[in-house]
Design a protein around this ligand. Sequence first.
Ligand SMILES: [Zn+2]
Length: 293
Amino acid sequence: MSRSYECHGHLMMDGADFASARKRHCSGVDTDALRASLDALRAAGVTYFRDGGDAYGVSALGREIAPEYGIEVVTPVFAIYKRGYYGSIVGRDFIDIASFRRRIEELRNAKGDFVKLMLSGIITFRAFGELSCDGLDTEEIKEMVHIAHCEGYSVMAHVNGEQTVRAAAAAGVDSVEHGYFADRESLDIMSEKQIIWVPTLAAVEAFIGREGIGCAVAERTLDEQLDCVARARTMKIPVAAGSDSGAVGVPHGAGTLREYELLAGAGLTPDEIESANEMLRKKFAPRGGSPVV
Ligand SMILES: [Zn+2]
């Protein structure tokens, strides 16, 4: 069995239905469901899982029990998002820089391994390039990333949209998650700074053909992202394998394997994927709440 890395997933979700997953865990982690996810990952040969966080402590418990499955889990415990913007499903909000700093303190107390920031909305699939809400302000992004780095944490950034991806890259996030609709300038910065990109192709492919979703929009979104990944490869941007495992239509295990296929389809070699994955694993090494360095 080959060993696979899942560089962006959510143990809290089950790949099927978000509302029922939330209900299952919201008044205490359902360990049976968590163990079922870990089982599916193990069966697919997944040995490393970087969680994107959740609001219910599922990934934190997952990190504790995953070694029983031969899996290393790292997690920010919860993601941090700005009130009124996207992110409540995976994290805790802030309203200003002072409250952002308090969230970082909470993350330290909860033994988060790194900081996960929600910087933009999600893709609506109603019109090409449309996102569910505005991205955060460029200056604010710069300040948040600066604070997280000063506190000794790497930054995993959920970000889509030309302008916001550019702001995140310029601010020096350690990994760009999704990164849909990134422009050439963003790729230039990512290449120069060697920012790791996790394009989560399987997560968008899962929308193609889904009821109520603009099929042509979803297809074009995936096609353009595949082109962008191919370009990133020629620019020597490290592209890592993360499927958004657990998101709707992305079952744990199968989702990771599909992401590898899609990356290969964009021209990445197994060695290139592995080296980006290893780079990510090193950058997001377990911190377990160790003191500021
Ligand atoms: Zn995610």
